[in-house]
Design a protein around this ligand. Sequence first.
Ligand SMILES: Cc1cc2nc3c(=O)[nH]c(=O)nc-3n(C[C@H](O)[C@H](O)[C@H](O)COP(=O)(O)OP(=O)(O)OC[C@H]3O[C@@H](n4cnc5c(N)ncnc54)[C@H](O)[C@@H]3O)c2cc1C
Length: 427
Amino acid sequence: MSRRVDVLVAGSGMAGLVAALTAAHAGCSVRLISAGMGSLALSGGNIDLLGYVNGKRVSDPWQGMQELAPGHPYRLLGESTVRAALDFFQNAMADSGWPMHTGLADGRPCNTDVPTILGTLKPTWLLPAALDPAVLQTARRVLVASIHGLRDCRPSLVIGQLRRYRGWAEKSFTPALLPAPQEGAPRSITALDIARLADKPHTRQWLLEALAPYAGQYDLVLLPPVCGSGAEPEIFRAMSSAVGCPVMEMLSIPPGVGGLRLRAALLRSLNRHDFMLVENATVLRAETAEGACAALLADTTLGERRHTAKAFVLATGGVLGGGIAVTPGKIRESVFGMEIPVPPDVASWSEEDVFGNHAFSRMGVSVDGDMRPVGQDAPQARNVFFAGRSIGGYDFSAEKSGHGVAIATGWQAGRAAAAVALAGEER
Ligand SMILES: Cc1cc2nc3c(=O)[nH]c(=O)nc-3n(C[C@H](O)[C@H](O)[C@H](O)COP(=O)(O)OP(=O)(O)OC[C@H]3O[C@@H](n4cnc5c(N)ncnc54)[C@H](O)[C@@H]3O)c2cc1C
């Protein structure tokens, strides 16, 4: 058995990392145990707060939140809590050397439409400071570049699609295919392969030289996410100085280079505290007694381990992350085994339209405003809190609210767990 910590967090996706950092900031000793990286290994590096409500695009997420259903996590928390959570997150990112900021319209913060490698525009709230949202609007001459052998990004497709959008149709675009990093390189490479080459100055040189012939001719260069796999602003600066204008990245399909940068920045902050990360550990079950949780039992490479703490945050994600298990006709939370009430008719869980209103996307654990699980099947444990995608009541994919909900609920769960642990109220 390992040392009893103040707060034990299960899951190292965005929600778990934010919960851990919040509790650590409050002065708690924190251990984070995790089976894998979660969707940060797949996701982009921007923070989506709220891009759509009931299928309608929103420019101001705070206004859009008023129209969300009462059980939505943002409504449970309230606007001031969500704002405080995002402030905490932005301060933490700035401290870790990877600051993030919002775009502005008429001097007011708003969503920014960021191009994807498919040439669509995705509304997002926070972008790394290395990317200037204003440049996306004002740039007239745009170079859209990819790299030979990078299968996922075709500049001509991106340009053809971007021209359909107001504000983009008027821009002048040039496609470019930069040479492959090495002669005889494997035919198919990913953005992460290139980003790793950009990490080290001597291998980055190839990319800087490939961009040099385009220097001085453009207002903006759009690239797939290749400007380093860590959260290192100087790589963006080096790229921008090689072409003499801002370099910005398009959102891409997995691997999630941007998500890995967010993870790196958050771990950098966490490692300044009384914090320990235990990887490759899958929580199997919980021990509860007398109205409290005493321990989580985890399967590790060294066998089963018992992790004790004063308070617990479960940030184990949804079906993709492993926090929600689906069997025919039934959905369960995977650690406490809570059954999540669902309609008996499985056909009603989804719609034919792939982008439709799918009930299964909103299925998850019900919580109160402190992120304590509620409902008939909820564990009788005052020191257990949930965060992130394991919580129900929202559809991150349709709303474009993924990391936003993870940050807001992670912050609240981390705070509530820290309060219980520091007050010794777990007994
Ligand atoms: C392809 C893709 C791209 C996306 N892009 C963006 C984007 O650009 N911007 C944005 O805002 N959102 C994006 N999202 C959404 C966003 O990634 C998620 O909504 C959000 O981050 C969920 O975080 P989470 O921590 O709740 O869950 P997850 O990221 O799923 O993390 C769950 C964690 O729990 C661990 N775990 C699960 N079960 C156990 C167990 N029993 N024991 C121990 N550990 C366990 C997992 O290994 C993992 O570490 C994207 C999602 C996907 C799928």
